[in-house]
Write a protein that binds this ligand. Sequence first.
Ligand code: ARG
Ligand code: GLU
Length: 714
Amino acid sequence: MIKRNILIAAAFFSFSLGMAQQYGGMWIPTELNEKEMKDLGMKISAKDIFSTTKPSIKDAVVQFNGGCTAEIISPKGLLLTNHHCGYGQIQYHSTVQNDLLSNGFWAKNMSGELPNPGVTVDFIVDIKEVTAQALNGTANLAEPELSKKISANIEAYKAAQKTEPYQSVMVRSMYYGNKYYAYVTETYKDVRLVGAPPQSIGKFGSDTDNWVWPRHTGDFSMFRIYAGKDNKPAEYSKDNIPYTPKHFLPVSIKDKNENDFTFVFGFPGRTTEYLPAIAVQKIMTDTDPARIAVRDVALKTLDEKMRTDDATRIKYASKYASVANYWKKWIGEVEGLKKSNAVQKKQKYEASLIAKNPEIKTTIDGLNKLYNDQAPFALTNAYYSEVVRNAETLTLANLYSGFVTAYEAGKTDEKSTTAFKNRLSAFYKDYSAELDAKVTAKLLALYANKVSSQYLPAGFEKYKNETQNLQMIEELSKNSVITGRSEVNGASLSSTEIDKAFSNPEKLVKAIKKDDIYQLFTAMKEAYIKNADAQFTSIQSQIDILQKKYMAQQMSTDKDRKFFPDANSTLRVTYGKVKGSTPKDAVSYDYQTHLAGVMEKYIPGDYEFDVPQKLIELYDKKDFGAYKDKTGDVPVGFTATNHTTGGNSGSPALDAQGNLIGLNFDRQWEGTMSDINYDPRFSRNIMVDTKYILFIVDKFADSKWLINEMKVVK
Ligand code: ARG
Ligand code: GLU
């Protein structure tokens, strides 16, 4: 009996830690591991998830504005995505008098919904493998002819497809160019804002809690897709009608339990799971730490000012959040790679492949050599790109340098100049030359100290001291055209001043080229391009050729493994179980957070941890309606073992029946190395609980009319 139990336990263990859980996986929806999903608890079939002959779940999942994911949750085209995905639109409708970011927004009915020019959602109508067509006639070709022929094949394939006028066809390479897939997409262009909670719910915890579990963010917002009278895509018109979807997701408010089956359906952006050990090692020891170091300096300098000056905080809030987002992710990634012994694991894997197929040794040796050769250039590339991105004086100089080059080549016209001017005024709007001088002074010093002298312009050693740099920048800025303190352009560049400056482009280009700050930047850029970037890129193209070969060899040699292609912003399914985690010795996390935790984190008036009065009242009165769980409290967030990445924000998390149970918005810090090395011990995705979403819509926002549209599963 005991023995039998052990056997059952072992079988269960290997089920729940089967392939999908060992390796994670972001599967193309036409190639699902239906059996494995069913073994893990799924009750529906692969055809219910993706079908071109009947309505399926894929008809309710869209790419939101080219980046995030969103899903349809009512027969009237009601769309759910993250607050941080709809942030730009919420901000677009906000004014100082009517600050929707701070106060939230809830349309009272459909006529109160707000249009968002330019926002689109894309449906995937069909997916086909087209490897044979893409690689036709390429067997004996080498680069660069190979790439040319493939592009021509793809163009020919696309041209031969018969699609509706509102559809398009795109072809994407998978497995580093070993396979190709075609997607038919349909784009809707009238997407209106329906509702968003205040930031103190939708962005609760902000940067401090970002990537962190336990989490208490109500990171959601709602939109609606509108269509022409025929339900087909149409440009915005007030006469458009709410879109009737082929399928919409029922919303479950059932209690969750640990080990419940779940899957996530969305558009993950980019992963690199099949790199050789050497590449992972370089990321871990070289490029991630370099990027982190640059951002450390920038963030610290900005934070000091933002904490003491409200105007600066508002100007820099969004930039700060975006710089901090990947900074924090990389820190977690490096720790996770170390802790999961990613490099040793990959080395062992390589040895096991070589044992089966000795030819692979040549590939691995080649990759080792190339990555080692590339290392100094790759490190310089990491420093250069991060310094230019974060030292805004240099970012500006880089922008101007693009303009100068185009102007001198006779390639500027009215349209491109207007676009450039708009870009500049958007930049200057949220820019403080005074604060950035401090950041730039420090980052120039970092660049001079960290980057080896052969990649620097002659005489760059003089920038090793940040105090002297600051004096220098402040001095030069007094007369700089580009940092906006010039006598030519006045103290700050408003759009009128920009117009004035550009009214005589010839004079402007002359002034820019004479500008000392501009010259400092162009010297830096030229030295980098000539001595590092050229080598970096040419070695990278050799790496790409070998990586394609290594990918093919992994797939043909490792017969036991089920391969999935790295994320590339195409539609994927990942699955797993609702699960807590034990990221550190003696530390274990529950899979679910509750409203009580929001109240524990509450700091009155704080810009990250304030809580709206009404939410406090609902909590005090325990006015939870149907949305509390077995604990008597409202569940807020939960974690699972789904393998997700950036772009999965806003993706639906579904249960065994295909009902919506959560809204994906983040990952747990300790597991962010899953982009390179998924590890079921640490990798968890973080979702907002549907109970919390409906609780906020119903009880907090008094928007029952939206709940009434949905199919709520109790
Ligand atoms: N970490 C999440 C993602 O990668 C959320 C980012 C937005 N939130 C923030 N606090 N910056 O996109
Ligand atoms: N927040 C991410 C996004 O915007 C999702 C988190 C992740 O990287 O997994 O897509």
